[in-house]
Every structure is written in structure tokens, then in C-alpha cells.
Design a protein around this ligand. Sequence first.
Ligand SMILES: NC(=O)c1ccc[n+]([C@@H]2O[C@H](COP(=O)([O-])OP(=O)(O)OC[C@H]3O[C@@H](n4cnc5c(N)ncnc54)[C@H](O)[C@@H]3O)[C@@H](O)[C@H]2O)c1
Length: 252
Amino acid sequence: MTGGTAVYPDLAGKSVAVTGGASGIGAAIAAAFHRQGARVAIFDINAAAGRQLEAELGQGARSVTLDLTDSDALSYGFSQAAAELGEFDVLVNNAAHDDRHRIEDVSPAYWRERMAVNLDHQFFAAQAVVPSMRRRQQGAIVNMSSIAWRVGLQDAPAYVAAKAAIEGLTHALARDLGPDGIRVNCVLPGFVRTARQVEKWLTPELHAAVMASQCLKRFIEPEDIAGVVLMLASDSARAVTNQTFVVDAGWS
Ligand SMILES: NC(=O)c1ccc[n+]([C@@H]2O[C@H](COP(=O)([O-])OP(=O)(O)OC[C@H]3O[C@@H](n4cnc5c(N)ncnc54)[C@H](O)[C@@H]3O)[C@@H](O)[C@H]2O)c1
């Protein structure tokens, strides 16, 4: 993992929360902040992957195993991690679960569960970090959406609806929190070559479709997303809030 070569001196010593940080894009984001000298809390349901990344990164990295759909566990986990690493300066709302579903198979319970795993925790994680950010009159929140809702990913209406709502949530939080110096932005990745994407969805047909759709004829790697997130969290973006950044190699 490289996460680019840019150095943001203001990120050194910051306390950063990354949800879904044990694998995929989240792991690249956690590693990229850690390389900047930040302390990183990795919140993830995958205990083994979280522990492995914590060991790989070493001092300043802390894996917290929890199910983000359990808002009590989320609130407790965030308060414990903040007590250990320091009050969070940065929150990256990254966790999601992009299972496919056909319209006729979606029950009310499944729909709610998709919202819980793809949308609700982004609000509750923000709710957990905002009091201390407000007290200190500074903070940066980056919410991970997807171009899925702009290009209309097939067989995933609940995931797509949640990803659209995240852009709306970003605007709502940015407006409410701006007076306290807290910036909130949103990143929309295109197709990113993570282990899960390769294992679950990357057929030769999809490979061809991605390359035909993108302007750039190379895969987006997790580190490409991490580089943009670092910039948004840093003082380089101190006048940037309420915005959406599409990182899709020119797909949309
Ligand atoms: N990979 C892509 O092509 C792509 C494209 C567009 C947007 N995105 C977005 O980027 C973000 C990261 O995607 P990714 O591809 O790295 O995903 P991923 O599935 O590889 O990783 C998601 C992480 O979230 C964790 N997680 C899932 N449910 C959880 C829960 N209930 N509690 C705690 N942790 C949980 C998983 O264990 C995993 O570590 C997501 O928000 C996704 O929607 C990804």
C-alpha cells in the first residue's frame, strides 16, 4: 500500500476513526493516516482482519471489534477508543456491505437491515464524535458514498438508495456543523479493485465493462481513494466542506 506520496504535517498526532477499516478501502485509509503519523482506530466487525492490520501498523493503531449496526455498541466502542487514542479529530465513515438483491426478494426486514449496514451508522458515528469536535471547534468527517447511485448499479436498490442518502446526509451535517468549524465531505468511488470486489464480482465481462466506461483505462486501487480522503481531512482542505468528490477514473 502506498496511498500516494503527499505528506500533510497537520495530520501527524491527529486521532482518526475509520469504520470498516479492517479490509478493502478502509484498510488503505487507516494505513495512509497511520503513515502520516496519526493515531488510528479501526472499527470493524471482522476481528481477525482488524487485529492483523493493527499488528501490521504497530504503535498508534487500535482495532475495535464491533457491529456498527448496534448503535449502543458503536457509542461504547467510540468512547472507549477516544479515551485511549485521544478525542477524534477525523471520522471516516467507510463501512458498508454491497450485497446484491432482486426487487422481488426484498422483505421489509431485509430493507431495514441494508439501511442499518450501509447508512444508519454513518449518522450515529458522526453523533458519537461531534460533541468533542464541537468543544474543540474543529474536525473533519468524510462519508463514503458511491457512484453506484449515479450510474444505477443493477440488482442493489437498497444499497444504491443508502449511498444516495449518504450524499444528502453529508449536506445536512455540513450545514449543521459548519458554524462549529467541523467540515463534512463525501467521496464517491467508482469500481475499486479490492479483495472483495475481485473475489465476488470481477468477471471478465465486468472487467471489460469497467474499462469501457472509464476514461482512464486502469483499475482504481484502494490507495487512490485513501489519497483523496487524506487531502480532505487535512488543513489543505480547510475551506472545503459540503462537497462531493467523485473518484471514478472518469466513469460518470
Ligand atoms: N470497492 C468498490 O468498488 C467501491 C465502489 C464504490 C464505493 N465503495 C464504498 O467504499 C467503502 C468501502 O468499500 P470496500 O469495497 O472497501 O468494502 P469491503 O466490503 O471490502 O470492506 C468493508 C468493511 O466494512 C466492514 N463491515 C461491514 N459490515 C460491518 C458492520 N456491520 N460492522 C462493522 N464493520 C462492518 C467489513 O468487515 C469490511 O472490513 C464502502 O462504503 C463502499 O460502499 C466501494
